[in-house]
Design a protein around this ligand. Structure first.
Ligand code: 3HC
Length: 703
């Protein structure tokens, strides 16, 4: 043996073959989720060859080692050239044509390619807590290994569309009712699967889903599905392809549908939309990792929570904990405020119950976990206390000084501030290591983002505990540093400036908003401003001007506020709202803008929708690049997560940083210069080096 060969480690065996008497068992060992990585198809095919050539083998069981069956194709291999990608389709074709019974034994989750592989087997058995599904749409692709052709052959057109367009898995019991699972195994899965395999060992002909007919096709079903995705998946490519392929399954033989499915999968996989969604999939998981906080950092136990303030924010925050069974004590300054706050929480739960998503018993259970109080002394036993009062530094400091006096040692003291300096708040306590910012987004019981604000002295233990807690309450936690507005709101400042500038130079507010709709945002900047209330920004600008002693900078939007038009709440803002929340362009505001331009001697010019969109999206990204360089965010991908989960940036664009990378940072810099916007130094550097923000993240994380 040459020394070269001696040093090369043998490739890990991802599929192990073993015998249970006359049944051959193929166990996949590819932790953590047994994704279909290189090595898995080779192992499975070799196992099938072994079963084929050995007459003493009567049936084959395929099972996952560890916590799950195959959770899908290995998404990391999607960037590989076609010929290097693991051969999932070939493996399933081999199973489909196999002459002995094959049984998929499912526990955990059989998703995407993993479930498609199971559908290629003759039979499927599962534990009762297993789940199966085809979530590809969430990654901007479609089931590309027979799923679009096999699923409708089992569950019919309607249900197949529903499953593939939502991407949501179904539980084993429902899968059994749908005919997707042949048997639910009680007790040991492997033993149950082997016993099942023996029972069907002599069954011939073998059941093959590919040979079945598709039921439930009608032009109306497809028309309704196409109409439906215009609302649920606006602007996205893969849902339409999924519908086309299911329709195809009703029109052409399996092999033909399967071949076309393969081509369409490649088309979807290579689209910027799928790259964006895959980016967000990994970015969300990456965000949970805190660079200098070790995984083994001890966590504090959070058994009870205190919330200060029963307003909209405090109430929403409390609900997050009540929802997962954690008791909350909520403190207010007056009985009236307390009653009002509790009333809103109860109404929220009752509305959910009315929609059938919560039982009345659960409403009472959750309300029963909530203790109203007028005294800080009642917070003495809380493991975590979150302050959610209005944004006033003096008030917050007074609260934290009181908390320092009453909270037990080791309690985490959090502020929900969206702009104020968490270091300054921490400094009034004798335990700054226990102080942290937990910035929830409104409505706090709905929005998934949680900015976890790390102050200078926040301890690693407190950080790690809050990150775990975010997952427990169903949030996506992202660690950010201290600066005005942290990450998300800080980026809004240049974004709004750019929107105002566009109008000032000649665009109409509705065109500026429409440009962001075209990007996929549910609301443009002016619609968002009207919804949030224009007076809030106005007041903070006036406050800042007062502090600095400078006059308040002149701005056309401020003149809108000065007319008493504060947004939706006053029935008028930048837009008119003659009928509820639908914005209607206002002739009065058009006039105001026109005369403002005339006063400033600004000549009107045209903006293409593309320029209007890029100016705004790049304004976000440019500030993001500054934030990144200052170390306020750990990674560019964290900024993307913040915008997707907190601000409605479309996931299929991957977030503002990924969107810019996708355009090519060199092109972005050239555009910014053309628009007269100064590119951030980091952006310029990356563009010169021909890199993307993902390259930057990987360089910093040493990957
Ligand atoms: N490929 C590669 N890595 C994957 C993966 C996949 N399909 N699924 C999960 N992982 C990785 C995650 O990135 C994470 O890595 P990390 O520890 O380094 O951060 C690790 O596995 C654990 O994942 P989670 O943190 O998400 O673990 P959970 O237990 O919370 O959830 C899960 C497990 C439900 C399987 C979830 O990971 C999931 O939904 N995965 C994606 C499943 C999927 O979309 N499958 C379809 C793929 S596309 C396909 O199959 C195409 C085919 O039709 C041709």
């Amino acid at each position: 043996m040459s020394s070269d060969t001696a040093q090369t480690p043998a490739p890990p065996r991802l599929v192990q073959s073993s015998r249970e008497g006359d049944v051959l068992v193929l166990t996949i060992h590819n932790p953590p989720v047994n994704a279909f990585s290189p090595g898995v198809p080779e192992g499975l095919k070799a196992g099938l060859d072994e079963a084929e050539s050995d007459d003493s083998v009567r049936a084959v069981v395929i099972i996952g080692g560890g916590r799950t069956f195959i959770a899908g194709a290995d998404i990391k291999t999607f960037n590989l050239p076609r010929e290097q990608a693991p051969d999932l389709r070939g493996t399933i074709a081999k199973l489909d044509g196999f002459q002995k019974p094959t049984v998929a034994a499912i526990h955990g989750t059989a998703l995407g390619g993993g479930f498609e592989l199971a559908l290629g087997c003759s039979y499927r058995v599962a534990t009762k807590d297993a789940q199966v599904g085809l979530p590809e749409v969430k990654l901007g692709v479609l089931p590309g290994a027979g799923g679009t052709q096999r699923l409708p052959r089992v569950v019919g057109v309607q249900k197949a569309l529903e499953m593939m367009l939502s991407g949501n898995p179904v539980k084993a019991s429902q899968a059994k009712e749908l005919g997707l699972i042949d048997e639910i195994v009680e007790g040991d899965l492997l033993q149950g699967a082997v016993a099942f395999a023996r029972r069907v060992a002599d069954a011939r002909p073998l059941p093959r889903i590919s040979e079945r007919e598709v039921e439930g096709a009608s032009p109306e079903v497809f028309a309704a599905a196409r109409e439906g995705i215009r609302k649920t998946h606006r602007g996205q490519l893969s849902p339409g392809l999924i519908i086309d392929l299911v329709e195809l399954a009703t029109q052409v033989p399996f092999d033909e549908g399967h071949r076309i499915e393969g081509e369409k999968f490649m088309e979807a996989k290579d689209s910027p939309q799928s790259r964006g969604l895959r980016h967000i999939f990994f970015a969300e998981r990456e965000a949970a990792k805190i660079a200098d906080v070790d995984r083994s950092t001890p966590r504090r136990e959070i058994r009870t929570v205190g919330v200060i303030g029963a307003g909209t924010m405090g109430g929403g925050i409390a609900m997050n904990f009540l929802n997962v069974g954690v008791p909350v004590t909520i403190v207010e300054t007056s009985q009236e405020a307390l009653d009002r706050g509790l009333g809103i929480i109860r109404r929220n739960y009752e509305n959910t119950a009315k929609k059938g998503r919560l039982s009345l018993e659960d409403v009472e259970k959750r309300m029963g976990l909530l203790t109203p109080s007028l005294s800080y002394d009642d917070l003495a036993g809380a493991d975590l206390i979150i302050e959610a009062v209005f944004e006033d530094m003096a008030v917050k400091k007074a609260i934290f000084a009181k908390l320092d006096a009453v909270a037990k040692p080791g309690a985490i003291l959090a502020t929900n501030t969206s702009t104020l300096d968490v270091n300054e708040i921490a400094a009034v306590t004798g335990r700054p290591g226990d102080v942290i910012g937990l910035h929830f987004f409104s409505p706090a019981n709905v929005m998934r983002l949680l900015e976890i604000v790390r102050a200078d002295q926040t301890s690693p233990e407190v950080l790690a505990t809050c990150m775990d807690l975010s997952k427990k309450i169903g949030k996506v936690g992202v660690v950010v540093g201290v600066c005005p507005g942290f990450v998300g709101n800080r980026m809004l400042v240049p974004y709004r400036d750019q929107a105002n500038e566009l109008v000032l130079r000649g665009a109409r507010p509705q065109d500026v908003d429409a440009a962001m709709h075209a990007l996929g945002m549910p609301m443009g900047p002016f619609e968002m401003g009207d919804m949030a209330g224009l007076d809030i920004g106005y007041a903070s600008r006036r406050e800042a001007a007062k502090k600095s002693g400078e006059p308040m900078p002149d701005d056309w939007v401020d003149r809108v506020v000065e007319l008493g038009r504060k947004g939706q709440k006053t029935g008028a803002g930048v837009y008119d709202y003659p009928e509820g929340r639908r914005p209607v362009p206002s002739p009065l505001i058009e006039e105001l803008i026109e005369s403002y331009r005339a006063e400033k001697g600004i000549e009107r010019r045209e903006f293409t929708p593309d320029e209007a969109m890029k100016r705004q999206a790049y304004a976000l990204m440019n500030e993001g690049a500054r934030i990144l360089e200052e170390g306020i965010a750990q990674r560019a991908s964290d900024i993307d997560v913040i915008y997707v989960f907190g601000y409605g940036f479309p996931a299929y664009r991957g977030g503002p940083m990924q969107y810019a990378s996708e355009q090519g940072l060199k092109n972005v810099v050239a555009d910014l210069e053309r628009y007269g916007i100064e590119p951030a130094p980091l952006l310029r550097r990356l563009a010169e080096e021909g890199k993307t923000f993902t390259d930057y993240d990987q360089g910093r994380m040493g990957r």
